[in-house]
Design a binder for this molecule. Structure first.
Ligand SMILES: Nc1ncnc2c1ncn2[C@@H]1O[C@H](COP(=O)(O)OP(=O)(O)OP(=O)(O)O)[C@@H](O)[C@H]1O
Length: 248
C-alpha cells in the first residue's frame, strides 16, 4: 500500500468555528511529511484526527487503505510523540520505553531485546536505570522517541517534538530524527511552525493557513514556486540553504 495516510475532504468544526476546512492530504509510505503553519492554523487538529483523538465533522481518514474515521485511537496503527514528552517521572528510562510493549503481553525476552535495540538506536546506552529527572532535555526527547518507535507503528505523529530544546541541540536532533526516520522507514507526520525546521527535515511540506492547505510540495516547490502570497511571506527569504542540505 503506497498511500499510508489519507484525509478526504476533512473538516473539523468546534461550535461555529471551522478549525480544519476541507483538507485533502495523501501521505506515502515511508514519507516525512510536515504540516507547517502559524499558531492556531489547525495543524494539531489535523494530527489529532489521524490519531483518532478528534473525530472529523465531515470527511474521512484512511490508514493503509482502511477507513479508520470511526475507529478509536487504540485500534489505529499510529503512535505519537508530544511536545511535553509525557514521560512517567517515577519510571526508569528502560521502563518508560518498555511500557507500551508490556501492555501488549509480549514475552519478557522479546521486550528486553526490543528495548535494548531501540536504546542503542537513539544513543541512550548506559542511561537505562535513570529517571527522567536525571536526564537532559535532549535525552528526555530521545526517551520519548524511543518509546514511540519501540512498538514499530506504521505511522508516527510528532507535534512540535523539538520545541523545548535550545537552538544547538534542536538542530542536532533535527538531523538525528531525519536519519532515524529513513533508517526505520516509518511514515512521519511532523508538525511545526518553524520554516527552517520544515525545510531541513521534510520530504514534502504542507503549508497550512486558517484550516486549509495552501500548498503542498517538496522544499524546492515551496521555496521557489510559492502559489499564494501567504506561502511566499511565511517561508520568507534566506532559508534555501537548509533545503539544499536536506536534498543531499
Ligand atoms: N477543543 C477545541 N475547542 C474549541 N476550539 C478548538 C479546540 N481545539 C482547537 N481549537 C481551535 O482550533 C484552532 C486550531 O487549533 P490547533 O491546535 O489545531 O492549531 P495549531 O496550528 O496546532 O496551533 P499551535 O501551533 O499554536 O499548536 C485554534 O483556533 C484553536 O483555538
Amino acid at each position: 500500500m503506497d498511500h499510508m495516510v489519507e484525509l478526504r475532504k476533512v473538516t473539523k468544526r468546534f461550535g461555529g468555528f471551522t478549525a480544519v476546512d476541507e483538507v485533502d492530504l495523501t501521505i506515502k509510505q515511508g514519507e516525512f511529511l510536515t504540516l507547517l503553519g502559524p499558531s492556531g492554523c489547525g495543524k494539531t487538529t489535523v494530527l489529532r484526527m489521524v490519531s483518532g483523538f478528534e473525530t472529523p465533522s465531515e470527511g474521512s481518514v484512511w490508514l493503509a487503505g482502511e477507513d479508520v474515521t470511526d475507529l478509536p485511537p487504540y485500534r489505529r496503527d499510529v503512535n505519537q510523540v508530544f511536545q511535553s514528552y509525557a514521560l512517567f517521572p517515577h519510571l526508569t528510562v528502560q521502563d518508560n520505553i518498555s511500557f507500551g510493549l508490556r501492555m501488549r503481553k509480549l514475552s519478557k525476552a522479546e521486550v528486553a531485546e526490543r528495548v535494548r535495540n531501540v536504546i542503542e538506536l537513539v544513543s541512550l546506552s548506559g542511561m537505562e536505570k535513570r529517571k527522567p529527572s536525571q536526564l537532559s532535555g535532549g535525552q528526555r526527547q530521545r526517551v520519548a522517541l524511543a518509546r514511540a518507535i519501540v512498538c514499530q507503528p506504521k505511522v508516527l505523529l510528532l507535534d512540535e517534538p523539538l520545541s523545548a530544546l535550545d537552538a544547538k541541540l534542536r538542530h542536532a536532533m533535527q538531523i538525528e530524527l531525519k536519519r532515524l526516520q529513513k533508517k526505520l522507514g516509518i511514515t512521519f507526520v511532523f508538525v511545526t511552525h518553524d520554516q527552517e525546521e520544515a525545510l531541513t527535515m521534510s520530504d514534502r511540506i504542507a503549508v497550512v493557513n486558517k484550516g486549509r492547505i495552501e500548498q503542498i510540495g517538496d522544499c524546492a516547490d515551496i521555496y521557489h514556486s510559492p502559489q499564494t502570497s501567504f506561502v511566499a511571506n511565511f517561508i520568507g527569504p534566506g532559508q534555501y540553504s537548509r533545503c539544499q542540505g536536506n536534498r543531499a
